[in-house]
Design a protein around this ligand. Structure first.
Ligand SMILES: *Cc1c(COP(=O)(O)O)cnc(C)c1O
Length: 223
């Protein structure tokens, strides 16, 4: 058993059944992913298109690849043929482009809307009001090749648990609002993607059912 495999199994054992683990493998080599794969991990998250492409080419076909980072519109076409879930949709234009590229591949791509709930300016995502406005237009309902499957957010990078907790609570109550208003008949609208290495236990307490964990599994990244 390698360190990666041990860490992964420890985390998986500790997760409640309803929480899905996305193993965030960005900046780690394909060999590290292969170790996680050997102990049964099938869902991996990457945040750079080119790096993802290189890994897809050399790793097993049955891996479910999630794109978790900021996605540029001109790169959607590269991942559209296979990506299983795009976590960080932060504009209607990006959703349109995903729809267009998915149509070309004859696919329906599941997406999460990224909310900006953190205090940092640098993080991407819709404000709650922007997200409401986008959904209220109903334009998205005509996009047959994307499926809005839930919400994603990142908390402020701080040691203050109460700040992090309140941001996750904001996301969770917004999820409930949006689900009732726009997705009442859509059972696929169910994903709450929040929680990373440092805050995933807290995120799960605050309603997350999909955590994106990198360094706690694979170790430090070398940029
Ligand atoms: C890198 C990254 C993660 C994982 O971060 P860790 O702190 O290493 O667990 C999760 N989500 C997103 C969007 C990321 O870019």
């Amino acid at each position: 058993m390698t360190d990666i495999q041990q860490s992964l199994l420890d985390i998986r054992d500790a997760l409640p059944q309803h929480v899905q683990l996305v193993a965030v493998s960005k900046f780690h080599p394909a060999a590290a992913i292969a170790q996680a794969y050997e102990v049964g991990q099938r869902v991996f998250g990457e945040s750079r298109v080119q790096e993802l492409q290189e890994k897809v080419d050399v790793l097993p076909q049955d891996i479910e690849w999630h794109f978790i980072g900021h996605l540029q519109q001109n790169k959607v076409k590269y991942i559209a043929p296979y990506v299983a879930l795009i976590h960080a949709v932060d504009s209607y234009k990006l959703l349109l482009e995903i729809n267009k590229q998915a149509a070309k591949c004859g696919r329906v791509i599941s997406c999460l809307l990224q909310l900006h709930v953190a205090q940092e300016e640098t993080k991407f995502g819709f404000s709650l009001d922007e997200c409401r406005t986008m959904l209220e237009t109903q334009d998205w309902t005509t996009l047959n090749h994307v499926r809005i499957a839930g919400l994603m957010c990142m908390a402020t990078n701080t040691d203050d648990d109460e700040v992090v907790r309140s941001e996750f609570q904001t996301a969770k109550s917004f999820f409930a609002e949006v689900q009732t208003r726009f997705f009442a008949d859509a059972p696929y609208f169910r994903i709450c993607s929040w929680g990373m290495s440092d805050d995933f236990p807290l995120a799960i307490e605050e309603g997350s059912n999909m955590v994106r964990v990198g360094s706690k599994i694979f170790g430090q990244r070398h940029y």
